[in-house]
Every structure is written in C-alpha cells, then in structure tokens.
Design a protein around this ligand. Sequence first.
Ligand SMILES: [Zn+2]
Length: 471
Amino acid sequence: MGRVIVAVDGPQNGGSALTTNETTMPAPFVSKVATLAAAVALLAAGAAQAQSTAPVPPAIDQAYTQLMAAPAIARLLDAVKADHERSIEDLKLLVEIEAPPFKEQRRAEAFLARMKALGLADARIDAEGNVVGLRKGTGNGPELLVSAHLDTVFPAGTDVKVKERDGKLYAPGISDDTRALSVLLSWIKVLNDHQIQTVGDLMIVGNVGEEELGNLRGMKALFREHLDIDGMVGIEPSVDGTVLTLGTASHRYEFTFKGPGGHSFAAFGQVPSAIHGMGRAIAKIAEVQTPTFPKTTFTVGTVGGGTSVNTIAPDARMAVDIRSDAMGPLLETEKKILAAVDAAVVEENKRWGVDTLTVSNKLIGDRPGGQTPTDSPIVQAAVRANAGFGHKTLFRGASTDANVPMSLGIPAIIVGGGGKTGGFHALSEWIDLTDAWKGAQNSLVTVLGLVGVQGVSAPVLEKRAPRAAAK
Ligand SMILES: [Zn+2]
C-alpha cells in the first residue's frame, strides 16, 4: 500500500465523520510521518477504514481504461440504468418471501426461477440450498464467483411487506441482502440482452447461511464443491466506493450449566446454583482484556435458565460471541473465556463445599477469518473501477461470506449494489434507490474487468491451479 489517507467510519455506519488528508500538510516527508502516525492511531482504535491512493498497476489501469472506453460496455451500462425500475420489481418479489436462517428454500426457488427466466437455463439449487448459475466465458479465463446471500436475520412470521415512505422502501432484509440479489438478476439480463462474452466464467450465486447461526454454511459448501474458483466478489449493502478486504473471524459458544437444583429455602447451603455459577462466569468474562488492534471483541449475547423464583436453579445457559480481525487474538481470547467459565464453576461449588455443578460448552458458530491484501489484483481492480465512477476507495472489514475464501487464501472482496441503506438487522430496515443503478454499474465494471471481455479487455484476475480437495 502507498500513501494512506484515513477516514473514520461515516455516520451511516454509526461512526463519526472525521478525515485526515495529508495534502493539507506542506512538507511532504513530515506530512507522510504525521499521516502514518494518525493512520496507526485510528487503525489501533479499530474504527478506521483505510483508503489507498497508491497508483493502480499499469496492466489493471489499462484493462479498465479499455473497458470503460468500449461502446459495447457503454451500451451495457446504459442498459443497467434502463433496467433499474424493472429490477425493483424483482427486489419487491424476493423481499416479500421470508428467508430466515435454514429456511431459505422458498426464496431460493423464486430466485432460481428468475435466473432461468433471464437466461441462465442451467441454473440449479445445490445440495446445501445455494442457487448456482454458471455463465460460461469464451474459455481459458479465470472463474469468478459473484454472490449475494438469500437469508435474512428475521424469524418466520415477520411482516416482510414492502412499505414506501419519503422516497424510501422499508422492509426487513430489503438492503441486507435482497437488493444484491436483484442486482445479480439485472446483470444476467443485460449481459444476455447485449450478448456480452466474457473471457472468464461467472459463477452467479444466491447463497444460504450468511446470517447468524447459518455459519457461512452456503459459502463453505461452495468452496468445498468447487475447487477451481479463482476469486469471489460478494455484494452487500455498502457505501459507494467502499471495498471490504478484511474478514473478521468469530467463534460462538453456548455454555450449559447443570446442577441438582432444590428448594430455595430448604436446600439452601446444600446445592450450587446454576444461575449463580453462570453469573460468576459472566463477571469473569466481563474482565477479560483484549487487544485494541487487531480489533478483538467478545460479548455474552444471550442468557437463560431457572425454574421459578423460589427454586435454586438446576440449569442455566448463555451464548458468547468472540470476534477478531486476526485468528491469533481470537484463539487467545477464547482460551481466556473457557478458563473463566471453568473457574466460575469451581468457585460456585467451593462456595457450598460441593462438586455437583457442571458446565458443558458447544461451538455453535465458526466463521474463519482472513484478509485480501489491498495491493492484490482483485482489490486494485475495484479501486480502478471505483475511480472510473469518481469514487476514492475506502477499505473496510466485517464478518461476511468473504471470510471463507479469505481463510483459504482465495482473493475475495465485498462491494455494494448501489443505493443508500440503513437499519440493518432491524424491522425498520430501509433502502433509498435514488440513482442506485450507478452502484450496480460500478460493481458490474469491477466484475467484468476481473474476468475480461472478449475483444475488449484481458482478465485481471489470475487463474490459479485448482485446490486439492480438503481431506
Ligand atoms: Zn448481509
């Protein structure tokens, strides 16, 4: 990475807006050091999104210059704009089909039907429930996976009817990630209508299991089955110009405390309390120290247990989320938390001179982490495409489907599908689709540059040797 300009997460991502721009500082050397110091401090604060202004490698710059100068691509991008209103119909159709974790089937079937209707006749639903359509290139090019997830966080029975107010569309899941599904369909339509021949293959996917306890099962299955995928571009709600290059890893545990229980008065002093034991564990966990950078976090997200107010609790359970931008600190924190829970049980038993309280734990979430280097071709391609649409690129990190390819060392990024969005994971989720077609154009150009377009540009994404099947 060359010079760095740092921007703190903007208001739409819940952060405060502050930008440090080295160009305001006169003496180049001094400003470089000052900017780097500011960058390190902000990165250490874990709130920063780094921005790269290093020149894009000439070969990548040339590919995108050719792409954006080609009349066929200009017509294609006009078609994306012209298809905007129709794509909103796909968005409404899909968002009004509920798709909670592990219940994505109905939406998958609707998405498959749309894919086929728009020209990917061979599309199918795989064993895990992912909708997979392959748009073949002319051959000998890379294979690029472009994906959006089918599932939402909202449980069955949620009112998913779209409501229009103040120029915005409101519905649970409308921006995360249903907009992206409708963008993929729009791309299929315009690529086929304009008979655009890519060099590399596009594997277009609506995948399952991105949210919560879906545990990235869809993406894990895809990379288990397809050993020849050379790169992945996922679509998620993002501010125009942002590129996700860091996959925050997470491990989630459920702890179950079990004891004999008993009458709160008659058995007092003779039996341990599962809830007291859990309480001791939570107090210890709350004191666990983690590094600020790489950002490492933990929380006891849910608790439950107990029989009645006048019963010494025979059972209690809690779910703990542990996350980090690097695997080392994640495993370190995990170790501390597991030890804290064991110590709490020993303490509760000792309090009453018994050994009847036990605890068991289950790994209920395992999202591997990783990173795509910002100077890698797939990232520089997105940087160049963004520049073509007037955006300086901001890099960001989060836990997404890209975690899987990143953890396997396969180039992966997440970009946006256009529009302003908010209220993620809340019933008040909304999307403002004013000029959203620009974001859909921008990301399509990123993708086309990666796989190359016959007679226009050579693929930027490198073809890799197929991976060996995991043992
Ligand atoms: Zn999402």
